[in-house]
Design a protein around this ligand. Structure first.
Ligand SMILES: NC(=O)c1ccc[n+]([C@@H]2O[C@H](COP(=O)([O-])OP(=O)(O)OC[C@H]3O[C@@H](n4cnc5c(N)ncnc54)[C@H](OP(=O)(O)O)[C@@H]3O)[C@@H](O)[C@H]2O)c1
Length: 289
């Protein structure tokens, strides 16, 4: 029997990247899953591919920065599967790499709305249900900057610091319910669009010149952190709350270093296509107003 047999899970941002890997890992262990992202088309395709693999899946387009969309995910899970056991606040976004004051305010706001409000709305929705049910597991996604400042990636990094403290506080507030677990997961560097499709603010390109090499050496497939998400969501953490999963993969780094050394030996350039960078203009306040 699978580790999550009979359980149901909502995973936000699960049409690609880490969320998709987590949804697959959960479904492969017997969970019925709710797939979501902002794209109805991507949701339909993902649900179809899960069903084709014999997994139980439903899906809904939902923007986590809207409370009513997030609540609709819970409604779908309860309506389709009659229960809701696991909720992963995975959906996340970043903005261009560069100095905070050159960051377009609208983009900064979208990071806050998705990463901070999205995590808040998801936690609110999940915990209300879990407390009523007397059981459930909530996993919030950390990332770079969760434990220290992240200059040039301040919107993303500070949102992850917020998520960590927010999650720790939630764990403390819900200790009175031993069946309810609140966890954080730091997946490390994962080979996804978020990592490899970057905007960089004009003038900051030089700071990223070694980034493709770092990605090639460090980044791992989503399946590796998905295993840690599975552990947190499973009975292995029953009765324990406030845990923080950290995925450090020394083996991936070692293999990456060997591969990098080999590529250099055969004269391949570091930026050979894994990382795409688009230069965007620095934002300036409109002085004409
Ligand atoms: N990749 C890494 O190296 C890394 C490292 C540490 C932590 N993380 C964290 O892991 C999580 C997943 O990242 P990823 O790398 O898998 O990113 P990704 O490849 O960009 O995928 C993000 C997913 O979230 C969805 N999404 C984005 N904004 C959304 C919104 N407002 N509402 C609903 N869905 C939304 C996307 O679909 P749509 O755009 O179609 O909505 C997509 O399905 C994030 O919280 C990220 O911070 C990633």
């Amino acid at each position: 029997m699978g580790m999550l047999a009979g359980k149901t899970a909502v995973i936000t941002g699960s049409t690609r990247g880490l969320g998709l890997a987590i949804a697959r890992a959960f479904a492969a262990e017997g969970a019925a899953v709710v797939i979501s992202s902002r794209s109805a088309e991507a949701v339909a395709q993902t649900v179809a591919s899960f069903r084709a693999s014999g997994y139980q899946a439903e899906g809904l387009a939902a923007d986590v920065s809207k409370l009513e969309d997030v609540q609709a995910l819970a409604d779908l899970c309860l309506m389709s599967f009659n229960r809701m056991d696991i909720w992963v606040n995975n959906a996340g976004t970043t903005g261009p790499y560069g100095p905070t004051i050159q960051f377009e305010p609208r983009v900064f706001e979208s990071v806050v709305q998705t990463n901070i409000l999205g995590t808040y709305y998801g936690s609110l929705t999940a915990l209300h249900h879990f407390r009523q049910q007397g059981s459930g597991k909530l996993i919030n996604m950390l990332g770079m900057g969760y434990n220290k400042p992240a200059p040039w990636q301040n919107a993303y990094g500070s949102s992850k610091t917020w998520i960590r403290n927010f999650t720790r506080a939630l764990a403390e507030e819900n200790r009175d319910m031993p069946g309810v677990g609140v966890y954080a997961l730091n997946p490390g560097m994962v080979l996804t669009d978020l990592l490899t499709r970057n905007d960089v603010i004009a003038g900051s390109e030089d700071r990223l010149k070694n980034f493709p090499t770092i990605v090639r050496m460090w980044a791992k497939p989503g399946e590796i952190p998905a295993r840690e998400a599975l552990r947190l969501a499973s009975a292995a953490t029953d009765g324990r709350t406030g845990l923080e999963g950290n995925v450090f993969t020394g083996g991936v780094l070692l293999l990456g270093a060997i591969r990098e050394g080999w590529l250099r030996l055969i004269g391949r350039k570091p930026d050979d296509g894994i990382v795409e960078m688009r230069v965007v203009p620095a934002w300036q306040p409109d002085k004409s107003k």
